[in-house]
Write a protein that binds this ligand. Structure first.
Ligand code: GH3
Ligand code: MG
Ligand code: MG
Length: 301
């Protein structure tokens, strides 16, 4: 835990620091220059900041405002130390994002109690954020392949569709589907089928750029959104992916399994009403790839 104390008077800093009981895991950093403290807070993520109000260069309210403006510092706990209980000032501090304030000079007991409170709140907040991130991940990820799930993929698709349509930039979609996957399940069992699905996704993922998005639409059917990619580029990607899938037999529990896959490519057109229309054309192209012998890439004209 990192606790920061900012006060222009060094004797105040020492005094407050001495008042805080030694706690294992609690590191205290003191600053008599608010500018230096703010620079430090850019690099480090303090759990709690105690800041004096009356300081010559940057007052406490301004300090809080600037601290809150640093990315990812919106959840830092801030306790403002003031010499007065002037309501106008306290209101301002709270409005700028102070979590609480403390009248100087504070007794050791009050300081300890308030700091303890703030640190407990902070821990709860960090825990909630982590839980939230994990929930979002679970809600958007396919559990088997760790690609986007259907809903998350379609959401990303709809968002990029409207963005690129407005911008007049190309957007491509590739639908891909493992060939004769049912035979894998039938010959080697469902567990081997799952391994094949996971490995398939692992072979596709690394070939994509960071802005591309890759999702499992269901079963052994996947799709990729390729922002800022035209027909030529998307066909090249499709061909590269087709080869990446066949690079070697997949090492399943029951022995090596060789697979191929088919690809349907489409690019956004003027008449596409929405992302689903684009995806639909990629699906038609995929159907043609299947009909024309599988293990190939087809483009929707
Ligand atoms: P095609 O080349 O025409 O695509 O034929 P296919 O056999 O790949 O396609 P089909 O759609 O007929 O069969 C898909 C199979 O995928 C059927 C289903 O049992 C299996 N499947 C769907 N989801 C999973 C899964 O999560 N794990 C496993 N092991 N199999 C799955
Ligand atoms: Mg298939
Ligand atoms: Mg299928």
């Amino acid at each position: 835990l990192k606790l920061v104390i900012v006060d222009d008077q060094p004797f105040m800093l020492r005094r407050i620091e001495q008042q805080i009981p030694q706690t294992p895991g609690l590191e205290i950093f003191t600053f008599d220059d608010p500018e230096v403290a703010l620079a430090w807070c850019q690099e480090h993520d303090p759990d709690l900041v105690l800041v004096d109000y009356l300081m010559p260069k940057v007052n406490g309210v301004e300090f809080i405002q600037r601290l809150r403006a640093i990315p990812q510092r919106e959840n830092t706990m801030i306790l403002m130390l003031t010499g007065t209980k002037e309501p106008e000032l306290l209101l301002q501090a709270l409005r700028q994002g102070a979590n609480d304030f403390l009248l100087k000079p504070a007794s050791s007991m009050e300081l300890e109690a308030r700091i303890g409170n703030m640190l407990r709140l902070r821990a709860a907040l960090v825990g909630l954020q982590e839980a939230n991130r994990e929930l979002t991940r679970l809600a958007t990820t396919d559990a088997l392949t760790e690609t986007l799930n259907r809903r998350a993929f379609l959401e990303r698709g709809a968002a990029t569709f409207s963005f690129f349509r407005r911008d007049g930039k190309p957007l491509a979609v590739i639908m891909l589907d493992i060939d004769h996957f049912k035979r894998v399940n039938d010959s080697f069992g469902h567990a081997a089928g799952d391994t094949v699905l996971r490995t398939f996704a692992e072979r596709i993922g690394p070939s994509l750029r960071s802005m591309d998005y890759f999702g499992r639409l269901g079963g052994e059917e996947f799709a990729i959104g390729l922002p800022a990619t035209d027909q030529k580029g998307a066909l090249l990607v499709g061909e590269r992916l087709r080869q990446a899938v066949t690079v070697s037999a997949i090492d399943a529990q029951s022995g090596p399994i060789s697979i191929t896959s088919s690809f349907g490519v489409a690019v956004m057109r003027e008449e596409d009403a929405n992302f689903a229309a684009l995806l639909n054309r990629a699906d038609e192209a995929l159907y043609r790839a299947k009909a024309n012998g599988r293990n190939r890439v087809e483009f929707s004209d």
